[in-house]
Design a protein around this ligand. Sequence first.
Ligand code: B3K
Ligand code: ZN
Length: 900
Amino acid sequence: PKEIFLKDYKSPAFYFDTVDLKFSLGEEKTNVASKITVFPSVEGTSSPLVLDGEDLKLISIKVDGKELKEGDYHLDSRHLTLPSPPQGKFTLEIDTEIQPQKNTSLEGLYKSSGNFCTQCEAEGFRKITFYQDRPDIMAKYICRIEADKSLYPVLLSNGNLIEQGVLEGGKHYAVWEDPFKKPCYLFALVAGQLESRDDVFVTRSGRRVSLRIWTPAQDVPKTAHAMYSLKAAMKWDEDVFGLEYDLDLFNVVAVPDFNMGAMENKSLNIFNSKLVLASPETASDADYAAILGVIGHEYFHNWTGNRVTCRDWFQLSLKEGLTVFRDQEFSSDMGSRTVKRIADVSRLRNFQFPQDAGPMAHPVRPHSYIKMDNFYTGNFFFFFFFIFLVECLMVTVYEKGAEVVRMYKTLLGTQGFRKGMDLYFKRHDGQAVTCEDFFTAMQDANGADFANFLLWYSQAGTPVVKVSSSYNAEAHTFSLKFSQEVPPSPGQPVKEPMFIPVAVGLLDSSGKNMPLSSLYHDGTLQSVAGNNQPVFDTVLRVTKKEEEFVFCDIFERPIPSLLRGYSAPVRLESDLCDSDLFFLLAHDSDEFNRWEAGQLLARKLMLSLVSDFQQNKPLTLNPKFVQGLKSILCDTGLDKEFIAKAITLPGEGEIMDMMEVADPDAVHAVRTFIKKELASQLKSEFLSTVQNNRSSEEYTFNHPNMARRALKNTALAYLASLEDPEITELALYEYNAATNMTDQFAALAAIAQKPGKTRDDVLADFYSKWQHDYLVVNKWFSLQALSDIPGNVENVRNLLNHPAFDLRNPNKVYSLIGGFCGSPVNFHAKDGSGYKFLGEIVLQLDKLNPQVASRMVSAFSRWKRFDESRQKLAKQQLEMIMSANGLSENVFEIASKSLA
Ligand code: B3K
Ligand code: ZN
């Protein structure tokens, strides 16, 4: 396999102007005819024209209407080369044959449940026809589709429908024209038996846009929430960024077989059906929120990704980091900003931080890759909540990339950021550009100097920022001393200090923000006031290895609230003591930092109990911690979803990540102990929380209702950790009384915590209720897969043979196999049974779908973090995988980098 480097980027020798495609879709074979107008980037070039192509059968090739003979071109398994194409502009016509019905990789053109669909990003278009498959080739497309009319009544592609009609032999055709230039990764085609939910959105300039969401007929009733989300996203982008939709039609198609969450093809988004279909009975609040976020994300790509695209795949974060940031902001504005921020930061800590500290660490803009697909994650995360637990996926480009975009906004403010966005679109609409272009637009629009900020794109690893504080009662000054270190990562042994925006407020003894007027920094006195008015928080620009900021006119010893709203993706180590943290937990006006203070206390507590456990000391729970949690649980002034988050302990992955040698058994035992102890000491509070937060109202997707359910179900989960027949009764009652999937599934999960007959009966009942609905059945798979019941690997093995399971469907694999890897105790079982299971599955999967297989193999990537005997067992599996014949590049890249 060949490694590709950013430094080797060369602009193409030939550009394409127009692309005319004709698809003749068939059961045995599909014909693809393309007619491309080609022109050289420099007149009179003598470069060969090299086209990408994989798994294609070449039928014929013509240049300016003249058929080429063998010898006029060169063909190998990956490329079609014209050694001496004509000088100047010419037309190139190529006929190929493909077999979508045999394509299990789900990239290129393939069949899902009898319908044709495409997935071209990153490099799938080369499985459809020979092409310069790179994002800096932007062209205008016309696409004609011919197919059997009764089997494929709906024929869709990008842009506007300009012609359709009937053909002989029961066939019909449709011609689509996309007026916008686009890279081939945004090409899409769908053909099948689909029906649509139709609606209209009128843009602020008065354009009437037809909206259509396509699914099999029986699922149309489940698309109401997706339609609501789409219209909300269209409105939000106009309100917040002044960005309007640019065509008269916007199509969304839901398919059951899809590698990722969704895809932003121009005006024809294709979605994993998990991220479109929802009804109160079948989808949980998390599913509803995920649909809102991903519908938003793909829609927002129309400007950030499609109108302005990436020059090359190393720039992926240019569109993904920015679009994730945009969807995060959208979801915040539609629900609770604090809760959304907490969820995003938790995800970053649980998945991106471990990656940044391991063998797969890479910068937001990678320097090299073997298989580009390995850098994708994104929306796919949100929704497979079980995958949340798989530490391995490629979260850096998306999630850390979004944090980098967020830092621009933190530094520039809302208006300054908007100015930067406006300039970015003004300069680059219709272009394929780089991360520097975005950086420069932000800087130029604001006359700002971001010094070494670009290091965020090129240095891997999570910076560790240490801060110590001191108060001078005589001088009335308060000093914050920072030092920073970026740990080494593969290929980057030595790092430069980064530009870190640290948002800070200072709390007085009553818990209020002190007014801030000026500070000393770099030997000068600077004003931090705005318009001569004192401010209550400020953003410090930490740029050096060591640096001090001294606040003036501080008349009592403050408690600093640091890194408010999580203003930079760093690990912050401060000298705040427990009582400072309890104070912040109770008083900080920055709600994110209130949550953070609670998490810091919980992390400290868990780590000290882990060490007690390892030394066989008895475990006891600090009463102050119980008291702190109780006061939050019972604080009626707090948002209920905030309470639910604040009483949830840090994940096992997060704690393992903080240990010298990760000990899954100890971490699991400690987390279970704390949960049980809290449940028994706060039993009556948890019980009344459950009772007071029931509702007989009809399901509504809005923040107050979701927050109520989140709190009730978090309390129920705590209670269910007790061995208590009264609680089993309660959970059964909740299960039977539930009128929506959120409550029903939460009750099922509560019951499933304890092995036994009740568990078996209720799991069987749930399956028999929902066996007709594959999305609900996936929840059932993942719940069992994630179980911490000892020896669960056998149960998961049995489920592989369940009639509802299918290794070819990615959602099922993510649910069952991904879910299993998310259970630390069973995946990392001492006897190696979990590793062995995954090793076997990866080899089977790799034959079917390399993208899915490589996601699963990455569960091994952190094997060196464990004890020697686990290391040995995991390494054996990785070596076994590496020695397999015909391994895909996808799996090769992850497995070899993991072993390195
Ligand atoms: N851009 C797509 C990801 C495509 C994945 C290719 N293997 C989804 C998204 O981020 O919006
Ligand atoms: Zn995206």
